[in-house]
Design a protein. Structure first.
Length: 345
């Protein structure tokens, strides 16, 4: 992270040394370069509401989900257009306007820096547009919230100039707690309804490795500690032995919610011993570059939900809302049953 911070600071130092005319010239050349040539074209466009704000989005022909620059900034409590010299056409500073404040640098990871490249494309009507990968929005919101937490811990308050952005980030993260940004974009643009007929095969190809992968520990101990607690069992500290039915629970909790068709495909490609047990765990059949990161992401979220749940039924209710099983209709929230006081209804 320190290398990225140093690189960004060096970029800002170079920018400060330039004359206004030179900065304008650099921005103009960058704009001409980015808008020249063949730009990707949006195949789907739409708008959805998040935290009370309209979010304009698009899906490019290669499947990339985009949130437009204007609504991206508005969702973070900023002006729709960045200040001159700090927007997507600036090539001097390596971070976009919403991450350029020095106080945010300690909370910006390497992965986030590499994800902030603006995406230039043409709308369905042919107009030139710019936006960011939709997955960047919650990542940026998290930076502001981590900054808030550090300021409250160290100083007891948050600087006034950042309060509006932090409040917007908090609203975003709360709104995203029950729905994924990718699902919102797909639904709003119609991409979800018109996916190609081979979409499932594409998903399976990305997740399932053609060859058996080396063993890597994927499930953290906290997953099983919480599962024992939610099932009302004492966690065995001196052994790794778990009830046999935990395998069925794990299939339901994780693999039925990881991606469409994944559990069936893992069962198909994983051989079994004569006694019926699997010869190796399902994670060894997942791809290292895609399947493993997606599994880790789901496990982190699931363990968090476990910790917030009082018992197994409460956990499944929460999990169904946030990570519903694929190819299943979500259950409607029903009112709790009334107690029978002996007097009848």
């Amino acid at each position: 992270m320190s290398k990225n911070v140093d690189r960004v600071r060096a970029g800002k130092a170079r920018a400060a040394a330039l004359t206004p005319e030179r900065r304008a010239e650099i921005a103009k050349k960058a704009a001409e370069s980015r808008w020249s040539g063949d730009l990707p074209v949006a195949a789907y466009e739409g708008t959805f509401s998040l935290g009370g704000r309209p979010i304009a989005c698009a899906v490019l022909q290669n499947g990339t989900r985009i949130v437009t620059q204007g609504t991206f900034l508005q969702a973070l409590g900023r002006a729709e257009r960045p200040k001159a010299g700090t927007g997507v056409l600036s090539t001097v500073d390596e971070l976009p306007s919403f991450l350029q404040a020095e106080v945010l640098k300690p909370f910006i990871s390497n992965d986030l820096v590499q994800s902030t490249t603006p995406l230039f494309y043409k709308s369905i009507l042919g107009t030139r547009s710019v936006g960011y990968d939709a997955r960047l929005l919650p990542m940026v919101a998290e930076v502001y919230l981590r900054f808030r937490d550090a300021e409250l811990a160290n100083n007891g308050k948050v600087p006034t100039r950042y309060q509006r952005m932090i409040a917007a980030a908090d609203i975003l993260m709360r709104a995203l707690a029950n729905v994924g940004i990718i699902a919102l974009v797909d639904e709003a643009t119609g991409f979800q309804r018109d996916r190609a007929s081979d979409a499932l095969a594409t998903i399976l190809e990305a997740f399932i490795a053609k060859e058996l992968q080396p063993y890597v520990r994927m499930f953290p101990q906290s997953f099983y500690e919480q599962l024992f607690r939610l099932r009302g069992l004492d966690f065995p500290r001196d052994t790794v032995k778990r009830p046999q039915y935990f395998g069925h629970l794990t299939n339901d909790i994780i693999y039925r919610r990881l991606a469409p068709g994944i559990l069936n495909e893992l069962r198909r490609v994983t051989p079994r011993r004569p006694d019926g047990r699997l010869k190796h765990g399902f994670p060894r059949r997942l791809t290292e570059d895609f399947g493993h990161p997606k599994l880790r992401e789901l496990l982190i979220s699931t363990v968090t939900i476990m910790r917030l749940s009082s018992d197994y039924a409460d956990f499944i209710d929460k999990l169904d809302q946030i990570h519903p099983r694929y190819n299943e209709t979500m259950k409607l929230a029903l009112p709790p049953p009334q107690k029978d006081d002996g007097k009848g209804l």
